[in-house]
Design a protein around this ligand. Structure first.
Ligand code: ADP
Ligand code: MG
Length: 716
């Protein structure tokens, strides 16, 4: 015990949270009880206790040094937003500041939200947006250069109640899947569970580079990724970075990140070097979905802030360096009841196992049916560079379940004729009886699968490192809710236990027969898989612009409206925001390329060509004096003509990019503009990069205007 007291974790953990313990200590007993019930039931805070809670929160925060409070919300930009207000309410007669924080301010904040993307949901003249406390996610204080701020995790809605953020649909989807999963459990005889919640553990990958060098790379500064850059002599081929020992500078960074996160109640646990040089990973222990999503935002924020203090820059972009591994965010997802039943776990009894197999079959059907939505949920501008590239999951959604489980499923679908199977429930039952003996083998996990069943959870590996984890969870929750609801609709019609068992058996068999095509245990990185997937009719959606339409398809609108997660209007507004975000991001990248090429690279190459010409001219003079001639295949001459040709190519590509970008930028329709950005501007950018990267390999290092990949990656 003594040791624990001085342990860094126990000393810091939850220190900056308005935690259950703090609430119990500081709130009158009846208020505490009411609040606790509200949190457990996931309801809105009762106004009658709001003032008392707000006051206790304010006093606690002020004692911890807080001067301001903010509603901390997650607009559609995917990052968090906040507007700070101080606790000053006025000045007393004797000149002291009066500090105040009311229940009204706690429950609801009003933000002038006209600058946040809303996809036309909120006209600028009706700029008000409301932020409402999600009291299932505890308030916290944040200490940084701004000072100490009380942060209240909130949802963000328009005046008319439409969701303008990433949190509102998440909460709605959690509710939806929770209700259906509980209904499902009850059908299987459960009498003890009160709630089911999706559980989420996101693993976060990131790069660290030196700040001084970073500042010399305008592409990194403006876009978060390198838009130029040739591969260094050494990349990741030696695999010497993965799980390698952590260098001092990185170690002291990780140490501080952990402490900051522990204070915020984030269970930062795993840390290691990743495959690419300068790439690392951090993973917390899983928790309920909305907390996990909030905490992942805190993780990203903390990584950036602490890196800055250590004179480094944390790159969260999905593909900061071409030719090296990109960064992802593995979203581990499962469904658990308040009394510890994980619906994705094999049980100890044949009954539990048949339930497990049905859940698995239902998830396979959900993923197959809504592969396009899942693919959409993992798309952001940066992920277009990563998916399907070097060592990243392909853009095709498939599910890895492992050989053993596939054998079991095959057995279930292939044993006898369909009719015989349903009549002879016994046979199926017998095979199920053998299940408790088989241990899920986690050793053969397939790293190339975008969606893998890993023992008692699904691991969605497609998600991008800089993206909010909200959308993937909204989709997972909602498609699971649909599959479970459909199953319950059928199973609830069974009049006897026997009939119920038969229906369960038939359902598993039918679902598997119909959706087996989504199962793929092989190498997802291979070209054969792309062909095989096409044969199976699985969608291969290569980029974000192609992924967005999934959001507003008839099938999606029906799904989201059925579970009241998002309305048609909300979905359409989200699609608009996606298109607009995409076009803006690509446009910024294009402009940055033009800026760097025009003001840095091309002038540097011209200087170098000038220098080379002088050298060649001098050689020419010397040789003429000696009666010899300079041969065209002399190395210096060859280098000169190669540089000149590449410069020429660059100049042409430069002009082409400028013209194309301007044309596309002028397209009114958001969807058409985004499509043209993808079809025309992106290739024009690649055409400018190619000669520049070749030039970097031949131009004298002292002329090159910015740090190279080698400088950035190996000198952190
Ligand atoms: P990996 O080998 O992929 O790093 P881990 O076992 O370390 O896998 O788990 C990765 C993440 O998955 C962690 O955040 C962990 O807490 C989370 N996780 C583990 N079990 C579950 C579960 N049942 N539901 C959701 N997430 C889980
Ligand atoms: Mg993982």
């Amino acid at each position: 015990m003594e040791q624990l007291k001085t342990n860094l974790i126990s000393e810091n953990f939850g220190k900056n949270l308005f935690s259950d313990e703090v609430m119990r200590e500081r709130l009158p007993r009846d208020v505490y009880r009411k609040l606790k019930k509200t949190i457990e039931d996931g309801n809105e805070l009762d106004r009658s206790i709001a003032d008392v809670v707000a006051n206790a929160m304010k006093n606690w925060a002020i004692e911890r040094g807080a001067t301001h409070f903010t509603h901390w919300f997650q607009p559609l930009t995917g990052i968090t937003a906040e507007k700070h207000d101080s606790f000053i309410e006025g000045v007393s007669g004797d000149g002291h500041a009066i500090l105040h924080f009311s229940g009204k301010e706690l429950i609801k904040g009003e933000a002038d939200a006209s600058s946040f993307p809303s996809g036309g949901l909120r006209a600028t003249f009706e700029a008000r947006g409301y932020t409402a406390w999600d009291c299932t996610s505890p308030a916290f204080i944040r200490e940084d250069a701004v000072g100490v701020t009380l942060c209240i995790p909130t949802a963000f809605c328009s005046y008319t109640g439409e969701a303008l953020d990433k949190k509102t649909p998440l909460l709605r989807s959690m509710e939806a899947v929770g209700v259906q999963a509980l209904r499902f459990l009850k059908l299987f005889g459960n009498t003890t569970s009160r709630r089911v919640m999706p559980q989420v553990g996101p693993e976060q990958e990131y790069f660290l580079v030196d700040k001084e060098k970073y500042l010399k790379r305008k592409d990194l500064v403006y876009t978060g990724r390198t838009l130029f850059g040739a591969m260094p002599p050494k990349g990741q081929e030696m695999d010497d970075h993965y799980y390698g020992s952590i260098r001092e500078r990185i170690g002291s960074f990780m140490h501080e990140v952990n402490i900051e996160l522990w204070k915020l109640g984030v269970t930062a646990t795993t840390q290691h070097n990743e495959v690419a040089p300068a790439q690392h990973e951090l993973a917390p222990i899983y928790t309920q979905a909305n907390l996990a999503v909030d905490q992942n935002q805190m993780v990203m924020d903390t990584l950036k802030k602490v890196a800055y203090r250590h004179n480094m820059k944390c790159l969260l972009h999905e593909k900061p360096f071409k030719g090296l591994n990109g960064s992802g965010k593995h979203v581990n997802w499962s469904l658990s009841s308040d009394d510890g039943i994980n619906l994705l776990s094999q049980g100890d009894t044949p009954e539990e196992n048949i339930r497990f197999l049905l859940v698995l079959a239902l998830m396979l059907s959900a993923v197959d049916k809504h592969a396009d939505l899942l693919r959409y949920s993992a798309s952001d501008v940066g992920n277009d560079q990563r998916l399907g590239g070097c060592e990243a999951p392909p853009a095709i959604i498939s599910v890895y379940i492992g050989q053993q489980l596939e054998d079991v499923l095959n057995h279930l679908t292939e044993t006898g004729s369909a009719g015989a199977l349903s009549k002879k429930g016994e046979r199926l039952h017998t095979s199920v009886r053998t299940l408790p003996e088989f241990e899920m083998d986690t050793a053969d996990r397939n790293r190339t699968s975008p969606f893998a069943f890993t023992g008692n959870k699904f691991e969605f590996r497609m998600v991008g490192s800089s993206d909010s984890t909200s959308s993937p969870n909204v989709i997972l929750n909602t498609i699971a809710a649909e599959a479970l609801a459909d199953a319950c609709d059928v199973l609830e019609t069974a009049k006897t236990k026997e009939e119920f068992d038969l229906k369960v058996h038939d359902m598993i068999r039918d679902l598997l027969a119909k959706h087996k095509r989504i199962v793929f245990n092989g190498n997802g990185y291979s070209d054969e898989w792309v062909e095989e997937a096409a044969r199976r009719g699985l969608p291969n959606i290569s980029c974000m612009v192609e992924a967005v339409p999934a959001l507003t398809s008839e099938k999606s609108v029906k799904l989201f409206e059925r579970f009241q997660v998002l309305s048609k209007t909300e979905l359409e507004s989200r699609a608009e925001v996606e298109y607009e975000t995409y076009s803006k991001a690509v446009n910024i990248e294009a402009k940055t390329m033009l800026d760097v090429a025009g003001k840095d690279i091309i002038p540097a190459v011209i200087s170098y060509i000038g220098h080379l010409s002088e050298v060649v001219e001098r050689m020419h003079k010397v040789r003429t004096l000696c009666g010899e001639s300079v041969l065209p295949d002399h190395p210096e001459v060859k280098r000169l003509s190669e540089c000149a040709a590449l410069l020429d190519e660059m100049q042409k590509a430069f002009e082409h990019l400028e013209v194309t970008r301007t044309e596309v930028r002028a397209i009114e329709d958001l969807k058409l503009r985004a499509e043209a950005m993808r079809a025309k501007v992106v290739p024009a950018m690649e055409a400018l990069r190619a000669p520049a990267d070749r030039l970097e390999m031949i131009v004298d290092r002292s002329y090159w205007p910015m740090p190279s990949y080698g400088d950035l990656l190996f000198e952190v």
